[in-house]
Design a binder for this molecule. Structure first.
Ligand SMILES: [Zn+2]
Length: 433
């Protein structure tokens, strides 16, 4: 099971070793694209922005350099987010027992007829990529088979091999620790890598930054620093409006199919930044950490939101603000609404109210489930209804904390448009995608 064990291709590994030993590799300090068969013999340097998850993977990747050159420079620039990225990829390929059993049950219950991936999404709350990954695992294990029109169960019993997955997880943790050790070692880096490949004869190379001293420039030019700072301070990303209801939601009790009627749709929106972005993304990740307590946005953050509005070339300026009710970040949303209302001279009309017990479930599932969790879960209360009346036929700005699947914003926009808004422009602090 190569996909799980991270076993390395022996011939490739030997080739990498040979090249590293025979070439004048000057230093080894912290993109996996190189692992995917990059083939350019005169590659003179390898610069990693972010570290691979194991010394062996790193060794293979830097081994791509210097095949037909006298010298090759390799430089590793580890990132603070590396461990989170390794964790994501290490767990993404492991099947979740409950989800796997749900998929098998859905296929069995369909009586031998195939189910397409979109049809499965309305039966199991998994997003497309994890669902496809899981189907591949089940296919390799012989429990499902791809046929014309989708997937069927083979009827072969499937058991969750927890021992195997635990073993793989432990091996990954071990590799990741070794990578951190490689980054922080004060010993020879080349020797470290060779020992990671079980070469007990490895000795100090005399060429790496630890054997000598850093050979790469360590100062940053003022102009470059200023350009980087300006780039990191950029604000505003587009939130595209949903145009289509998810397939198969009728199965989940949602009466919506096909295209979203133009009169019900949101307009294009804006978020301050993506949660994965550098710059503002970093500050937002702190705000939206699961353990973070709700608080008003910092002055710098509200100022950045105001800049997003100022730079937004909307076709028609919104006439007023409506906010989403938030269970997790009411103070945050209030502070942003207040700032945008004051500076933009837009009256803040109030917030939508939860209906039928409010939204259920959590973000992170697939579109069909996410929509069913928020469908008919909001309403325009009597106060907001009265406040909206003078703004009938005008565009509204709708403020929320995070746009994820965008189904919350989509159903809220539809509701406000049915209450007379000519357009609804969503604005959120973060975009999670
Ligand atoms: Zn060395």
């Amino acid at each position: 099971m190569r996909a799980y064990t991270g076993q390395t291709d022996t011939s490739e590994r030997e080739e990498s070793e040979r090249l590293l030993k025979n070439n004048e590799v000057k230093a080894l300090v912290a993109t996996s694209a190189l692992g995917m068969g990059f083939d350019k013999p005169d590659l003179g340097f390898v610069l990693h922005l972010g570290a691979p998850s194991s010394p062996v993977a790193y060794y293979q990747q830097v081994g791509r350099a210097g095949r037909a050159t006298e010298n090759a420079d390799v430089l590793l620039l580890p990132g603070t987010e590396d461990e989170a990225i390794w964790h994501y990829f290490a767990t993404a390929s492991m099947p979740n027992q409950a989800k796997a059993e749900s998929v098998l049950r859905a296929l069995t219950d369909n009586g031998g007829a195939p189910l397409s991936t979109p049809a499965l999404e309305a039966r199991v709350d998994l997003r497309r990529t994890p669902l496809e990954l899981l189907l591949k695992v089940l296919d390799v294990d012989g429990a499902v088979r791809r046929v014309k029109g989708g997937w069927v169960s083979t009827g072969q019993p499937w058991t969750y091999d927890s021992e195997r997955y635990d073993r793989i997880a432990a091996a990954r943790v071990h590799e990741q620790r070794a990578m951190i050790e490689f980054e922080t070692t004060t010993g020879c880096r080349m020797e470290f890598l060779q020992r990671a490949l079980d070469d007990e004869t490895a000795v100090a190379c005399g060429r790496c930054d630890n054997c000598t001293s850093p050979w790469y420039p360590v100062d940053v030019q003022d102009e470059a620093a200023a350009t980087a700072a300006a780039s990191l301070d950029r604000v505003g990303v587009t939130i595209d409006a949903r145009a289509q209801w998810p397939t198969g939601v009728a199965n989940l009790g949602v009466n919506a199919t096909g295209k979203i009627a133009p009169a019900d749709r949101l307009s294009e929106g804006r978020a301050l930044a993506r949660l994965t972005d550098l710059g503002w993304g970093g500050a937002l990740r702190g705000v939206f950490e699961p353990q973070a307590t709700d608080a008003p946005a910092s002055h710098a953050m509200t100022a950045a939101c105001i800049r997003v509005l100022a730079e937004w070339n909307w076709p028609e300026r919104p006439a007023a603000i409506v906010t989403m009710p938030s269970r997790q970040h009411p103070l945050l949303i209030d502070s942003v609404a207040r700032a945008l209302s004051e500076v933009g001279r837009l009256p803040w009309l109030g917030e939508l109210s939860p209906a039928n017990g409010g939204p259920t479930g959590t973000a992170g599932g697939n579109s069909a489930y996410r929509l069913s969790n928020v469908w008919e879960r909001f309403e325009v209360g009597p106060e907001l209804d009265a406040a909206l009346e003078p703004f009938a036929g005008q565009p509204l700005l709708l403020i929320d904390d995070v746009a994820d699947s965008r189904w919350t914003l989509t159903v809220a926009g539809r509701l406000l448009r049915r209450h007379g808004a000519s357009a609804v422009l969503p604005f959120t602090l973060a975009l999670r995608s």
